[in-house]
Design a binder for this molecule. Structure first.
Ligand code: ADP
Length: 425
């Protein structure tokens, strides 16, 4: 198999977002959790997104992991690699965008790299090198107070230059608007003056299509899901990938019992649980017993096993904000959260051992704990259940193939659980 596109994402949720964007763009896409094993068997796919957690770690470690991911992707035939970063360019003067870009550029022998975090669909645009979040420059947006990566400068040419050994230039909107040849000309001019990277302006999706087209002439690009969209459309337009409908790829039935787990306490999830009560048996865990280490997971599993043969079930730890607050006040926020996540992971593992092959999980951290416990190396991305929440088919899982839906708190409509199960047959 030869990958048309390889991607390295610097965090998990960003990776899922990119994988979903590529899938919607017609690319059959697998997202892996961490650097895949050399012998991971993949279905026929156009793109692989390797999810790392390298955004806010030591830059040396981020470089090592990103290089290992790149080697894996190039080994699977990826000619072009997108280093996927946050659309708000989350980084500090110490990195990690610049150091990783420099290392990957050196490894693949590229002269100049196009860089743009623009993603107009979510309000991220770049003009004259300045990143805007909605209507305000980055340094006036809430990102100025980010706990790990406070962004005090909206000029990405300067921001990237401070973290990179490369000279950083600009491909301005005037060039991008004139089309691919104008961008190529501008890049060639910069490369001739020893620039190793260029921030590309982009305000509309068509700008990303132009940038995507030119990026494919090169071995490396750096950007957010918006650039993924540009690359996907360029690959399809060039006939290098035949566009595929997502529901044709990941949603072949697996059969087997179905279960839902909710660890999110968001308003949306609370409404979704209330609505699911009409469709399936729902067990509400006692969060205090979970945190105290009582055997709530075993009780939940016994409850589930009695019912799995009759249809889907839902197990929820979710409570209202005041109940959550009270529990956190008694046991500490982290300790309470961690204990409940681990209990959810125990339950997920027990359910899979009892034959569950279709699993819906509500909650970002909760999903992370479940996926880690089930040791699922990757997912093939399918049709969207709700905006941003696709059906996933496990790839290379030790317990056989299963379908999953992983939803972060606020996503999905009121009927989310039954909507998900309708697509997960
Ligand atoms: P979301 O996507 O809505 O943020 P997460 O799963 O990421 O959901 O986070 C929810 C956090 O709340 C998790 O750490 C989870 O273990 C914790 N949690 C779940 N139920 C409760 C509860 N009843 N009381 C306190 N914390 C809870």
């Amino acid at each position: 198999m030869t990958l048309a596109l390889g991607c390295i994402a610097d965090d998990y949720t960003g990776a899922s977002d990119l994988a979903n964007t590529l899938t919607r763009g017609g690319l059959r896409t697998v997202q892996t959790i961490g650097i895949p094993a050399d012998d991971l068997e993949l279905p026929e796919v156009d793109a692989v997104v390797v999810s790392l957690k390298s955004r806010s770690i030591d830059s040396g470690v981020a470089v090592l992991r990103s290089r290992a991911a790149e080697r894996w992707l190039r080994g699977r035939g990826a000619d072009h690699v997108l280093f996927k970063i946050c659309s708000t360019f989350d980084s500090t003067d110490a990195g990690n965008i610049g150091p990783v870009m420099d290392a990957l550029r050196a490894d693949c022998g590229e002269t100049i790299v196009l860089v743009t975090p623009a993603f107009p669909e979510t309000g991220r645009t770049v003009y004259q090198g300045h990143l805007f979040v909605g209507s305000v420059p980055l340094n006036e947006s809430p990102l100025k107070d980010h706990p790990l990566n406070p962004m005090h400068d909206s000029n990405l040419v300067r921001v990237l230059a401070r973290q990179s050994r490369s000279k950083v230039g600009l491909v301005d909107l005037a060039a991008v608007a004139r089309g691919p040849d104008a961008v190529r000309q501008c890049l060639a001019g910069l490369a001739g003056k020893d620039f190793g990277a260029a921030i590309a302006d982009a305000v509309f999706e068509r700008d990303l299509e132009t940038i995507g087209q030119v990026a494919l002439d090169h071995r490396l690009s750096v950007g957010a899901s918006g650039l993924g969209l540009g690359l996907a459309r360029a690959l399809v337009a060039a006939g290098r990938v035949e566009a595929k409908a997502p529901d044709a790829v990941a949603d072949a039935p697996t059969g087997g019992p179905a279960a839902c787990l909710a660890g999110s306490c968001s308003q949306a999830t609370l409404r979704q649980i209330a609505s699911a009560e009409a469709d399936m048996p729902v067990l509400h865990l006692d969060p205090e017993q979970v945190v105290k280490g009582q055997d709530e997971s075993r009780r939940a599993l016994a409850w589930a096993r009695e019912r799995l043969g009759n249809g889907p079930i839902l197990i929820a730890s979710s409570s209202t904000p005041d109940q959550v607050f009270a529990l956190q006040a008694r046991y500490g926020r982290e300790a309470a959260g961690h204990a409940i996540e681990q209990a959810m992971a125990d339950i997920a593992q027990g359910l899979v051992l009892s034959g569950v092959r279709r699993l819906v999980v509500a909650g970002g951290e909760t999903s992370g704990a479940v996926v880690d416990r089930l040791k699922i190396p990757g997912f093939l991305v399918g049709a969207e259940i709700a905006a941003g929440v696709p059906v996933l088919r496990s790839v290379g899982a030790r317990d056989g193939e299963m379908l999953l839906a992983l939803k972060s708190g606020n996503f999905g409509g009121t009927e989310f659980f039954s909507d998900a199960l309708k697509l997960m047959r």
